[in-house]
Design a protein around this ligand. Sequence first.
Ligand code: NAD
Length: 497
Amino acid sequence: MVTIEHWIGGEFTAGSGNRRGPVFNPATGRQQHDVVLATDADVDAAVTAARIAFETWGQASLSKRTKTLFNFRELVNARVKELAGIISDEHGKVLSDAAGEVQRGLEVIEFACGIPQLLKGDYSDQASTGVDVFSFREPLGVCAGITPFNFPAMVPMWMHPVAIACGNTFVLKPSERDPSASNYVAELWKEAGLPDGVFNVLHGDKAAVDGLLQHPDVAAVSFVGSTPIARYIHDEASKRGKRVQALGGAKNHAIILPDADLEFAAGHLTAAAFGSAGERCMAISAAVAVGGAGDALLDLVNRKAGEVVVGNGRDPSSEMGPVVTAAAKQRIEGLIDSGERAGAKVTVDGRGLRVPGFEEGFFVGPTVIDQVEPSMEVYTEEIFGPVLSVVRTDTVDAAIDLINRNPYGNGTAIFTSSGEAARRFQRGVRVGMIGINVPIPVPMAYYSFGGWKDSLFGDKHIHGPEGVSFYTRGKVVTSRWPHVSHAYDASLHFPTS
Ligand code: NAD
């Protein structure tokens, strides 16, 4: 068993405390490592390393920063397989899915490689006679990232490549359930030539998070995780005058109209509900069948759900791995029970699944629940497991209304062959990311990612142009260089031209 340590100032350290957290392999159900949990002194050490590094990195030229980003991009690209293995062993997701997550993170690094273009300011020549006005953006200082277990490489990469490209330094507090990917990435940053202290990894739980929120040298906090914690992070960081973006949980609906290609829709719904065991913030967890689409759709989804191959993430034939912890398995199965008790029909049942050779693993099989009503707990709760609830409505407008009444607003999708219905949907839903015949509409890295309502606290979405804006602040310079021979009259009037 290895003890996973912090990465502070360019080296590993066990820190000053002796609290440890267990890290499991979800497929075997056995603890494989433990991870150090930061004390206040460790938080201070990480933030101080980042503050000192900011003195030089904050002044590094655009070309130096860009070169480092390109080096980092090459290294991550070359090590996708290694990173995917690390992710699969601690998270449980299958290798191909883990590699896909690294690929999506890589796209953010590639976006950040364009930082010289992204940071170009505006220039207005001769705004007034002899006066020019221009703008530019500066980094904030030490930025913190607090991330969830479900994308241990990609979600941190939504943050640190952009923050560092903008000239900030970074302290990442990854999930304590799958912490190793962050340490591996830290070593790649160092190999890429990033100066020590610019990127730090601080492991821990609530104590580490609270330490970062309270530290006066942390200028900005990016958070991704569940809604109650997102709200807490937003409130605590704002209260202390820090810039904050806090992305929360989700309950993503897909509407299926009778005019959709139902075979196509069912295939994509199955993938979107059960991929990564449903532990994606953009997973589809509610299928809203409109009009006559319900029965035919349900038959197709049931068949496809039953065909999903569940197994160890390392096995190339597996399509879906275990969920992350024994507690997650228990919670998910409990929510399926509650749906059944409330009168919904479990048409494909993943409870109690045992995978041969991995009998102690945290497996829940794909589950489909029909006749779910919006009042049921199985509908109101974010299940974050491989469970698809089927809800029925009579019209598109009723389906849009259902989505809008839900407190979350992360992602949503429509399956239809009607442009009119799709347009009505895209304009009518109060949700941040919308798919039209695309079930998981995660924006490309050069757009920004973020939901509405209880899925995001703060006003900036993550990565893309809003990420650059979040990690920098603007200056506008009004300048005049009068010729020595000219006498300009200063006036007490407000200058207008
Ligand atoms: P979580 O909220 O439990 O944990 C996220 C982070 O917060 C972790 O680093 C954890 O250590 C820390 N944390 C946990 N409890 C805390 C507390 N009481 N005080 C301070 N910090 C605390 O989330 P999770 O279970 O790791 O991840 C799953 C959740 O993340 C789901 O709700 C999912 O929808 C959400 N998520 C959202 C997005 C998005 O883009 N909106 C993306 C991925 C995941």
